[in-house]
Design a protein around this ligand. Sequence first.
Ligand SMILES: Nc1ncnc2c1ncn2[C@@H]1O[C@H](COP(=O)(O)OP(=O)(O)OP(=O)(O)O)[C@@H](O)[C@H]1O
Ligand SMILES: [Mg+2]
Ligand SMILES: [Mg+2]
Length: 541
Amino acid sequence: MHHVLLRRTLYISSRISSSSSPSKTIFTLSTLNFVTTSRKMATKSRTYNDAIDALNTLQTPFAVIEARRKAGVRPDATSVSEMRAYLSRIGYSPSDLDRLNIVHVAGTKGKGSTCAFVDSILSRYQSSHPSVLQKVGLFTSPHLIAVRERIRINSRPISEELFAKYFFEVWDRLESFSPSEEEEVLPKASKPIYARYLTLMSYHVFLSENVSAAVYETGIGGEYDATNVVPSPVASGISTLGIDHVFVLGKTVDKIAWHKAGIMKTGSPAFTIEQVPEAAAVLKSRAEEKGVELKVLGIDKRLEGVNVRPDANFQKKNATLAIALAETALKKLFGGEFKVDEAKLPKEFKEGIEQVVWRGRCEVKEEGNIIWHVDGAHTVDSLKMAARWFVTECGAREKKGGKKVLIFNQQGRSEAVDFLDGLCHTVKNADPEGKGFEEVIFCTNVTYAETGYKRDFVNHQYNPADIEKMTQQRIFAEKWSALDPDAKVRVIPSIEEALITARALAASDEKEGGQKVQALITGSLHLVGGALGILEKADAL
Ligand SMILES: Nc1ncnc2c1ncn2[C@@H]1O[C@H](COP(=O)(O)OP(=O)(O)OP(=O)(O)O)[C@@H](O)[C@H]1O
Ligand SMILES: [Mg+2]
Ligand SMILES: [Mg+2]
């Protein structure tokens, strides 16, 4: 094992000195902490693992993605008409989806958090009024630790058994459907790609399980997103808009806003929070076109005295949007029995917001001489937020003197190299001496050193050669060394080895009487999910 680690660990540093080989100090410790949580292979067929293996075959291979990118193919209205065809093949019509009382959320950042708040609030009404709200569904993406967490009932990921059951029911219905001659949209037995399959399956799960209200996060964009087959959502919400997925959605925020605005539906109330002017203008004109009254919400005054975590403006915006969405859903579900109190939030709202669980976002975990700060931010803006949160956390603990360590990755997006400036400078600027991260580790998203990806993270969408050669990580490393010549920068092949490295640094600091290491893990939800799985030596669901 040691040999593997040493051989595969690349060290790039402007401060590297030949007398102190870093690898020697790094890998003498902590290697015993090694965890292998790979699941036992299933023997019985059609298990959860079988479902995930089958699902993984629906990923678009890297070569196809590349070819499309080169040809400039972008999603269009056919993606939604195909979703309708698939829905019909598994036995539903779009109007069936209206039985789910869907709250639909789009946005560049804060979608998942907003959805989690709405779900958490509704779940509290579910427990106190099960006759009105039998079950609450939540559909989010991407997943952090296991695929099944994308589909939740009463806030809990559906069980492996339930996942496998519904997964294969959808599969079999698609396989056995015989298209009539006039139904030419899709070839026989075809299946939607990965994320769309899960969306389709979520409808089947929620309708079969008699969910009374379902909260849906869009995948990418809105107008052409697989979740946009719902004809009349209970409410639509648009969270913070910014730049992401530029290849699919366009390079400027107004183009991106056009896509996200596509979830607003005539006859359904729509809400957003304050946006940059270009985005706000597009949302407004799209709402007018559709005859939708779009409410733009300032931070909800009733949040005063509510413990929103993290205590940051962006999260208060997410909570504000969630309150409006939940109120609208509850008015519909309870009829006249639910009245909005403009002065004070009901206790279910306060508790729902304060006790929400949204893993991998602004999480802090203490472990020996290291404090892990874990956040899945992966856009320029959200990484700045994550960096601000990190420095506030470090300050809040009065541990400023401890070494700051960064573990970062973002796979498959060349623009990700631009994520680094904000991260680097936010941390430096917050330090009285202008000190940034002393140790910076770039790793791939491969979970384990020896066994590779956990099944739920298998990804065919990236260039395997890039991962093998750590091409992206080397680019990050070059960039960081230029941004901060004082930093020790490493490139490491797996998440597990990155954590081992950070733990070893913390252990050697401890020996020398140093303060607790402050580690930030960020840049990718895959990285963060893999890291949490390893840190918690389990599925961490
Ligand atoms: N309103 C916001 N504005 C800016 N950054 C945000 C906002 N909300 C959350 N973030 C940051 O983005 C990270 C991801 O949040 P969240 O999961 O809610 O977003 P998302 O829109 O679901 O993103 P994606 O699905 O693309 O991963 C958070 O950890 C936080 O750092
Ligand atoms: Mg996204
Ligand atoms: Mg999300």
